[in-house]
Design a protein around this ligand. Structure first.
Ligand code: ZN
Length: 161
């Protein structure tokens, strides 16, 4: 079975930056499962996996535009502490999960704290970076109707939403 839209794909992967530093890896953990064609993973990686099959290994170098986007200075803004709910102690470098108006989860990084002013950065932490993925395809299967409706895989655990 090869990878096409609506397949649930499991991959082992290691992600490194331009200096060869490991940013993320599935080594020592479960393979990453995603629904192909549903934007679960960055476009450059999803495109490279199209048509691949179990056992295939590939190295993919992804420019920011096909990864987490270019770094955009306009995405830095200043809010007041009161705008950030649910967190008692804010710290520089802290990554918060915020929900956008259309329901996507966005990572916001706190860059600066000055009295009541909080400088927040809505760029993805990997924005502007060239990414190198070393990937091995571990499993490919048909998605269930539930998974297709939700737009992501459900794995073996019970899933409540
Ligand atoms: Zn779901």
């Amino acid at each position: 079975m090869s990878i096409t839209a609506n397949k649930v794909v499991s991959i082992d992967y290691t992600l490194t930056d331009d200096d060869g530093e490991v940013i993320d890896t599935s080594t020592g953990a479960e393979p990453l499962e995603y629904l192909h064609g549903a934007d679960n993973i960055v476009p450059g990686l999803e495109g490279a996996l199209e048509g691949k099959a179990v056992g295939d290994e590939l190295k993919v170098v992804i420019e920011p535009e096909d990864g987490y986007g270019e770094y955009e200075a306009e995405l830095i803004s200043i809010v007041s502490r009161g705008d950030i709910e649910g967190i008692d102690e804010l710290e520089v470098g802290m990554e918060l999960h915020a929900e956008t108006p259309d329901g996507d989860v966005q990572i916001i990084t706190i860059r600066e704290l000055d009295g009541d002013e909080v400088t927040v950065d809505a760029n993805h932490p990997l924005a502007g970076q060239r990414l190198t993925f070393q990937v091995r395809v571990v499993d490919v299967r048909d998605a269930t109707a539930d998974e297709l409706a939700h737009g992501h895989p459900h794995g073996e655990d019970d899933h409540e939403h």
